[in-house]
Design a protein around this ligand. Structure first.
Ligand SMILES: [Zn+2]
Length: 443
């Protein structure tokens, strides 16, 4: 209880600091693999606090990254970041500037279990609302990066992560084991977790905790939901149909129509038979094809995603999708290339760790309320699943919590904002859980 009180005092005392950190991250949102400034800020802070800090290839496995922007995008973003006021250039490594973003901070406190906490750090490709009804605009911290916005709350996750880092360093005498703070890039589009996992960071983890800020007006009442389950496994596919251009009036028979191949594929994709074992989804979100009215289209590109209630159902959907795209290409004599640009698995939290969170909140944070549903259903997809499954595959325990807070606008919309009182609460819950899991002999 002593430690819990210390944590509460520290977390509540850093409330203003957390808000201003969140706002500085909010003003400079960076989408997946472009979190260069964000990663530099995180790395610098962790180094200043005294953490062992891993960045670049030590943080993420380069080959396991998915959906990496092209070289020109990486170069121009790096140049912009270098020129921005407030970028800690001494912590902005060459590797970060090449898209090896993400940071892992390690705190070793002797013998004991390994606890890993995950904070996702990326923004969305959206244009933030600029009118005065939107608080970030009104109070001067809305996005200054064109076409990018923190509309999911990951700016808050960064602040919670760094606040937790500070608290844990402050109570390290009371910890017995190892803490890993994983600041994960490219969660949106499910592109980053595999690269962190492939770098081996989850292989020795005994307890793994993640969280997401969530709206209080959802079904989940209370401040904290101890666990969630059921987020959908998903595969994101970029499909390119390549054909042959020809004069549509003069020699239509000489063309190979990529647009027609893509159009047949779209209809067949939406007609994949449902799976008897559970829910599935398919969506073709983007289709671009053709170059002119009187030209047989020689190129078509599609952005496709499939999902499944289980990893197996998702695999079935992805395999059907591949077959359909290849078959539709063949009908028109076109070539089809398919790139996997994002992937998540299905996910569940461990009952034992959920119960540990419930007990710890009740005992050490009695002023916080727990959701009536301790293990809530997740919809959508989350690549934290890849990390959780890795931890669970070798006998570790994992949970993915929710921290509730009032929100303006829904997540992933241009008017999104949240009540920053959730920041010290998040720091407190994570820090108290680490103290509980690493309390040593008293365990
Ligand atoms: Zn999110």
């Amino acid at each position: 209880m002593e430690t819990a009180r210390m944590i509460q005092t520290m977390a509540e005392g850093m409330s203003d600091e957390l808000t201003s950190l969140r706002r500085s991250i909010h003003a400079r949102p960076e989408t997946g693999w472009l979190e260069m400034r964000t990663s530099a800020i995180i790395a610098k802070r962790l180094l200043d606090l005294g953490y062992e800090v891993l960045t670049g290839e030590e943080a993420v496995c380069p080959e396991a990254r998915m959906g990496v922007p092209d070289d020109e995008t990486l170069r121009s973003h790096a140049a912009a970041v270098l020129a921005q006021e407030g970028t800690p250039v001494e912590a902005l490594t060459e590797a970060m500037q090449k898209g090896l973003t993400g940071v892992v901070g390690i705190l070793r406190c002797g013998e004991g279990p390994v606890v890993a906490l995950r904070f996702d750090i990326d923004a969305l490709g959206m244009v933030e609302r600029g009118d005065h009804d939107h608080r970030p605009a009104r109070e001067g911290f809305s996005s200054r990066n064109p076409g990018m916005m923190h509309a999911c709350g990951h700016d808050g996750h960064v602040a919670i992560g760094l606040g937790t880092a500070e608290v844990l360093m402050g109570i390290r005498e009371n910890l017995h084991g190892t803490v890993k703070l994983i600041f994960q890039p490219a969660e949106e589009g499910a592109r980053g977790a595999r690269a962190v996992t492939a770098a081996g960071h989850l292989d020795d983890v005994d307890y793994f905790l993640g969280s997401h800020v969530a709206p209080t007006d959802s079904l989940d009442d209370g401040d904290v939901t101890a666990g969630t389950w059921g987020s959908l496994a998903t595969t994101k596919l970029d499909v390119t149909m390549s054909g042959l251009a020809a004069h549509a009036g003069g020699y239509p028979e000489k063309g190979k129509n990529a647009l027609l191949a893509a159009a047949s594929a779209v209809l067949s994709l939406h007609a994949i038979p449902r799976h008897s074992d559970g829910q599935s989804r398919v969506n073709v979100g983007i289709l671009h094809a053709g170059t002119g009215r009187n030209v047989i289209p020689d190129q078509a590109v599609m952005q496709v995603e499939v999902r499944g209630e289980t990893t197996e159902i998702n695999c079935y959907m992805a395999e059907q999708a591949r077959q359909i795209c290849n078959g539709a290409a063949m009908m028109q004599g076109c070539e089809c290339t398919i790139a996997v640009v994002g992937e998540a698995e299905s996910q569940h939290s461990d009952e034992a760790l959920i119960q540990r969170v419930v007990d710890t909140v009740r005992r050490d944070m009695p002023d916080l309320t727990l959701s009536s549903e301790q293990n809530a259903r997740n919809w959508g997809s989350e690549d934290i699943s890849v990390m959780m499954n890795r931890v669970q595959s070798h006998g570790g325990q994992a949970t993915y919590m929710r921290f509730m807070t009032p929100m303006a606008g829904a997540q992933h919309t241009v008017g999104f904002d949240f009540d920053e009182k959730v920041l010290p609460m998040g720091v407190r819950v994570f820090s108290t859980m680490v103290a509980e899991l690493l309390k040593g002999d008293a365990q």
